[in-house]
Design a binder for this molecule. Sequence first.
Ligand SMILES: NC(=O)c1ccc[n+]([C@@H]2O[C@H](COP(=O)([O-])OP(=O)(O)OC[C@H]3O[C@@H](n4cnc5c(N)ncnc54)[C@H](OP(=O)(O)O)[C@@H]3O)[C@@H](O)[C@H]2O)c1
Length: 312
Amino acid sequence: MKAYILNEPGDTTQLQIKEIAIPEIAGDEVLIRVKAISINPVDSKTRQGKGIYGRLKEESPLILGWDVAGIVEKAGAEVKDFKEGDEVFGMVNFPGHGKAYAEYVVAPASHLALKPQNISFEEAAAATLALLTAYQVLKKAKVQSSQKVLVHAAAGGVGHFAVQLAKHWGTYVIGTGSEKNHDFIVGLGVDEFIDYHGDQLDTIVGHVDFAFDTIGAENIIRSLPLVKRGGTLISIPTGLNDEQKQKATELGVDAYFYLVESSGEDMKEIAELLSQGIVKAHVSKVLPFEQMAEAHQAIDSGRTVGKIIVSL
Ligand SMILES: NC(=O)c1ccc[n+]([C@@H]2O[C@H](COP(=O)([O-])OP(=O)(O)OC[C@H]3O[C@@H](n4cnc5c(N)ncnc54)[C@H](OP(=O)(O)O)[C@@H]3O)[C@@H](O)[C@H]2O)c1
C-alpha cells in the first residue's frame, strides 16, 4: 500500500510516499480501507518536530495522521461492533501513533463509530479530532444552558464545531474571528461575533462562564479577564506558563490545558449529532492523496476555515 513516511522533522518535502506492506490487525482491531483523511495543526506541528513528535520519534517508519473515514476491510475476532464492509470514522490512537496517512489503517475498534449515512467520507473524516476536541473540552468545562461561552477562532477546525455544540447545549455563544469570516461564523449560530483584531474583546470583561482558548500565548492573558470569577478557561494549543497560571489564580479563574484522546464512545455520540444534522462539518478544501504537501501548507498558514481533507 502507499503511505506517507515522515523522513525527518522539517518542511513538507520530508513527507515521502513509499510502498509498504498492509499492516496486520490484532483481535480487537479493524483494518480500514481509507477514503478520507483530515489534516490538523498537530499533524503539521509534529511534522516539524513539535506537537507530539517527542512521543513518536523512536517509531520507524513514522507515519503521521490520526483522522480517518473509510470502509472496514477486515475485523479482528474479538470485534463485535464492526464487520467487513461497514463505513466507519474516528480519531485513531491519539496521542499515539495513528499512522493515518496511508491507504490502509489499523484502528482499535474502541476508537471508531459507524459513519452516518447522510454524510460523505470527507465530512466524516473532518468530524474526528477537531470535533472530538470541541466535544471533550465543552464536556470537561461542564457548560450548561444559559451560560455564556467564548469560542476563539470560531472559523477554525475546532472552533466551528465548538460553536455548534455550545449552541446545541443551550449556551449564549460569542465567537471570535476576522471580518472576512464574519458571515461564516454568524452562519454557525453565534449570538455575538467579535473581530479579534480590534479592542472589542475587552468590552466583555468578566462576562463569560467559559473561554475556549484555541490560540495560546498572549490570547490566554487577554482572555482570562473576560471570564467571570469562578469560571473556567481551557487552552488547547500548549500548557499554561507560570505567568498565565498566576493571573488565573488572581482572577479566580480555573484555567488549564486539555489534550484530546481517542474515544469510540464519544465518536458514537458525535455520529448521532451528525446524523441528526445538529452538527455539520465544514470542509473548505479536498485534495488528492498525492497533494498531502499542499494540505500541510494550507494548515501551516493558520488561516483555513473549517477543515482541510485529503481523499483517496
Ligand atoms: N490540545 C488538544 O487536544 C488540541 C486539539 C485540537 C487542536 N489543538 C490546537 O488548537 C489550535 C487550533 O486548532 P484548529 O484545528 O481549530 O486550528 P485551525 O483550523 O488551523 O484554525 C484556523 C483558524 O484560526 C483563526 N485564527 C487564527 N488566529 C486567531 C486569533 N488570534 N483569534 C481568532 N481566530 C484566529 C483563523 O482565522 P483568521 O484567518 O480570521 O485569523 C482560522 O480560521 C491549534 O494550535 C491546534 O494544534 C489542540
